[in-house]
Design a protein around this ligand. Sequence first.
Ligand SMILES: Nc1ncnc2c1ncn2[C@@H]1O[C@H](COP(=O)(O)OP(=O)(O)OP(=O)(O)O)[C@@H](O)[C@H]1O
Length: 268
Amino acid sequence: MASHALLSAHQVSKSYGDFHALRNVSVHVDDGEFISIVGPNGAGKSTLVNVLTGLLKPTTGHVHFRGQDIAGIGPVELSRRGMARGFQLVNIFPALTVRETLGVAAASRLRRIGNPFRSLGADREVRDAVEEVADIFNLRHRLDQQASALSQGEKKLLDVASAFALKPELILIDEPTSGVSTGDKHAIMELLVAASRKAGVRGIIQVEHDMDLVARYSDRIVALQAGTVLADEKPETFFKDPALIAAVVGTRPPKMTQKPAVQEIRPC
Ligand SMILES: Nc1ncnc2c1ncn2[C@@H]1O[C@H](COP(=O)(O)OP(=O)(O)OP(=O)(O)O)[C@@H](O)[C@H]1O
């Protein structure tokens, strides 16, 4: 285990019946790191993320967050301990407004029991928390609109913003920009990184297939293949190895020197 690790998985294996989805996987996230988990379909990325976030208990091995075993603790307890995961809430609750979507997360963090929507109107702390995170993600002007009315880019931002409303130390996001245009992808990622700094987030893990985003934003890349760690490298090293890239994604490496143009997220 790395000495400054915020999160570490040690020799984790996960089997579904006779099938070994993860075999002896060890990964860690240090304070201040942005880690990307990559790999072809079926490599075990979702299984690893579910193990790292306490949704799944590993068959063998240990997962520690800030020094405590979190195997199988579930999302509510996990968020109380300081780790949040971006879920596609917008798709699950399209009829909620942006304010309500963020309010549910803020009310949960502030441990408001009962009806979270009531606390949105009556509870100043919840209201302020919602507006603070909406400002960070440029969503204040959308607060009273239904999530379903947002542009695709804004929906993605709202999902990430909901996780931020939990005020996590470590955040885990699954393809935060899938389904949006290339320009919007970079705008979302830039906002996400800037928001993390502002909000005091100390570590980010993303699962991502887009190698341009992986190259641009990761401090380290963990590549999985058939349930094992194929590589755990800095981008400079990772993208110098064409065989590794081909094994993981089957594409050519992105240009490391090219900086993306950051654009505004387009309104719908
Ligand atoms: N509940 C389950 N029961 C049985 N097998 C499973 C289960 N969940 C996942 N698997 C298998 O475990 C392997 C790893 O799946 P996983 O979803 O973790 O991969 P992945 O890298 O996230 O893939 P993708 O990029 O397609 O989402 C796959 O072969 C999958 O079929």
